[in-house]
Design a protein around this ligand. Structure first.
Ligand code: C2E
Ligand code: CA
Ligand code: CA
Length: 689
């Protein structure tokens, strides 16, 4: 069995889905971005605050130079008056100013307005690195000092760090930190160069309370963090949603594509691939549970005609309606599929018997009883259904499909509506090959093949006015084999020419045997193969000559289907037959698609209306419609000078109807079956008037 043709359903990749991976990566990225943004902004705020504090410190330092004389930097001594003046004013300058210390260039403390306690700066000692920066290079050196451990007055040690390196410091401003505690209040400590007339002489160490700045900065950073974080989160959510929806849509369209590969675009039914896959599974399951599997193959009759005459759109409409009706009829386990064109299939898993499958096939056929509404028209459509079942007819899926196809072909060819697979129909089955060989042998053995004759009745007079020769095969062991079985077999194997020869020879010989007063014109059926070449004309004229029979006694019947399949080759042959005095009838008329113009130009004397239309007269619920169809054909034929025969007349009522419809002749079981030559001419008078 071939592996399943169905592609694996798209499975989510192992591990993280696309959306989740995106969420993880984008969330990390957004977080890093947020942190970087906050860090950069807080750095900028820091720099700004520092610049501001340095400017304040420089202003304070500039102010001290106006009070402290230059020589104090030289001697390292400051007189108490000047020191007092500085201290007194300091408090009024800036509430943030904690104190000022003045240092000489060599690091001697000139003045300390803090009294050594309130600033966090090291007591009595300068920060030499920053002092040097101010004194030697003339640049302000700021630093934020924090966490100064106060050991006691005069004995402190640094325990913490700040933005820059720190050193020992005193207690917090205003005695906020008691001796022995830990001050965490930050202090901005700036060494500002002191210059007199452009000469660097020392440094002013300005100490500013850093707490409000730090607090403002912290608030700013917090606010920024919240705003940036919130904004980024919002942005991320939008992004996530977009990606999520897009990925969703992608996935859905992938699913759609996968489904499309298994569904028929026009009807939405499962397609051939899906049917074959389900069939494979049903067959596998059947092997386990010992059930059968059935297949119904449906082919719409004359779909091509509908397509050609009403247009492809109407054809499509019809297919959609057929699909809908079939879907309504078969539910549950049964699967209705469209195989392409006008072919449908129904898979019947878990089948109990072939009879069940056949019953369901008839149910499928009943789907076509009601006319289809195509645009403004009600169109009657029929179907041919082939039935095959496993294990009765096949033992695997592909064989089952093939057998259903053979059955469908049989149903179509013999217009059976429903046909269950039969070995005898199967071209390639061994049984069929055997039957072929036996038919070949029958041609050489006298008695197996014979011609029977069915009378044609003049509907007005009731007299038998002609006969149709129908071949019979009496098989030595099988009994009577139906022409509907062996004629198609012969047509496919090339034996048909021999059968035609046999029929013509037998009939002409029979005509010559009948006494002239019991002789009737006889119609012989000719296959499509026979009328494809003019050889048949020579054969017939030679046989007529041989048996001394006039051509007026012979008629040939060719089916309308043969005629429309290859009119270019067939019509000249018919013309030559007519020229030779042999009459031609069109058999099975009405089921083909001869156009009116074609009909007018044909050298044909008689139209035989197909049995189906005659059957309709009897069975169609709408008898008036059926009658008007027949009447239309009759009028058409008469207008072209042809006469009309109805075949398949099985009851008197139909015969009466046909008479009322102006049909000329009738043929059917109501009058007589096909009988051997001896019985055919016994009764010349009116039959069943
Ligand atoms: P056909 O040419 O349409 O022949 C009429 C068929 O309808 C015959 O079937 C006949 O027995 C059957 N029939 C006659 N009256 C009635 C009726 O009232 N009701 C029903 N249901 N059927 C009726 P048969 O003899 O089985 O032949 C079937 C077909 O085989 C013929 O259809 C014809 O196409 C073909 N055939 C028969 N003999 C020959 C032959 O010698 N040569 C060729 N080429 N084909 C033949
Ligand atoms: Ca016929
Ligand atoms: Ca016929």
């Amino acid at each position: 069995m071939p592996p399943s043709a169905v592609p694996a359903t798209p499975r989510a990749g192992r591990g993280l889905s696309l959306t989740r991976r995106f969420a993880l990566i984008s969330l990390t990225g957004t977080a890093v971005l947020g942190v970087a943004l906050v860090a950069a902004t807080s750095q900028a705020l820091d720099d700004q605050a520092l610049a501001h504090d340095v400017a304040t410190a420089e202003a304070v330092a500039g102010w001290t130079t106006s009070v402290v004389p230059l020589d104090a930097y030289g001697t390292g001594l400051l007189d108490p008056d000047a020191a007092g003046e500085v201290t007194a004013v300091i408090d009024q300058v800036d509430p943030r100013l904690l104190g000022v210390r003045l240092w000489t260039a060599d690091g001697t403390l000139l003045l300390d307005t803090t009294g050594g306690t309130a600033t966090g700066a090291p007591i009595g000692f300068a920060d030499t690195a920053r002092l040097d920066a101010a004194v030697l290079r003339g640049v302000p050196a700021p630093e934020v000092l924090t966490q100064v451990e106060v050991l006691g007055v005069g004995h402190t040690a640094v325990a913490g760090t700040s933005v820059a390196a720190t050193s020992a410091a005193g207690a917090g401003a205003g005695g906020a930190t008691p001796p022995g505690g830990v001050s965490t209040d930050p202090v901005m400590d700036v060494y500002v160069p002191v210059t007199y007339s452009g000469q660097l002489v020392g440094a002013a160490e300005v100490m500013l309370d850093h707490t409000p700045t730090a607090a403002t900065q912290a608030t700013a950073v917090r606010t920024l963090g919240l705003v940036a974080g919130g904004g980024l989160l919002l942005l991320w959510l939008v992004l996530y949603r977009t990606v999520h929806t897009a990925s969703d849509r992608l996935q859905r369209s992938a699913m759609d594509n996968a489904r499309m590969a298994l569904l028929d675009a026009l009807t939405g039914l499962p397609n051939r691939r899906m049917l074959l896959d389900r069939l494979d599974r049903a067959v596998a399951a059947a092997r386990l549970d010992r059930h059968g599997v059935g297949i119904l193959l449906l082919d719409i009759d004359r779909f091509k005609d509908i397509n050609d005459s009403l247009g492809h759109d109407r054809g499509d409409e019809l297919l959609v309606q057929v699909a809908e009706r079939l879907m309504d009829t078969f539910r549950g386990r049964d699967l209705v599929a469209r195989l392409g064109g006008d072919e449908f299939a129904v898979l019947l898993p878990g089948l109990a018997s072939v009879a069940d499958a056949e019953r369901l096939a008839h149910r499928a056929r009943a789907v076509f009883t009601a006319p289809f509404r195509l645009g403004e028209m009600n169109v009657h459509v029929a179907t041919s259904i082939g039935v095959a079942a496993l294990p009765e007819h096949a033992d695997d899926a592909s064989d089952l499909m093939r057998k259903a196809d053979v059955a469908m072909y049989t149903a179509k060819q013999h217009r059976l509506g429903v046909a269950v697979y039969d070995l005898a129909d199967d071209d390639s089955s061994p049984a069929r090959l055997v039957l072929q060989a036996e038919l070949h042998r029958a041609l050489t053995r006298p008695g197996e093949l014979s011609m029977h004759y069915q009378p044609k009745i003049d509907l007005v007079t009731g007299a038998t006015v002609g006969l149709e020769a129908l071949m019979r095969w009496q098989h030595p062991t099988r009994g009577a084999v139906e022409p509907s079985t062996f004629i198609p077999l012969a047509e496919q194997s090339g034996l048909i020419d021999d059968l035609t020869q046999f029929a013509l020879r037998t009939v002409t010989r029979q005509l010559s045997r009948w006494a002239s007063d019991e002789r009737l014109p006889v119609a012989v059926n000719l296959s499509g193969h026979a009328v494809a070449s003019t050889e048949i004309v020579d054969t017939i004229t030679r046989l007529l000559l041989e048996h001394d029979v006039g051509p007026e006694w012979l008629e040939v019947e060719i089916t309308e289907t043969v005629l429309v399949t290859d009119p270019g080759r067939v019509v000249p042959v018919l013309q030559r037959l007519v020229d030779a005095g042999i009459r031609v009838a069109i058999d099975d008329f009405g089921i083909g698609s001869t156009s009116i113009s074609q009909l007018r130009d044909l050298p044909v004397e008689t139209l035989k209306i197909d049995r189906l239309f005659i059957e309709d007269l009897r069975t169609d619920a709408d008898a008036r419609r059926a009658a008007s169809v027949v009447k239309a054909m009759v009028d058409l034929a008469h207008s072209f000078g042809m006469q009309v025969i109805a075949e398949g007349v099985e009851d008197g009522r139909t015969a009466a109807t046909l008479l009322s419809l102006d049909v000329d002749q009738a043929q059917g079981f109501w009058y007589s079956h096909a009988v051997p030559a001896a019985e055919a001419v016994g009764q010349r008078g009116p039959v069943r008037t």
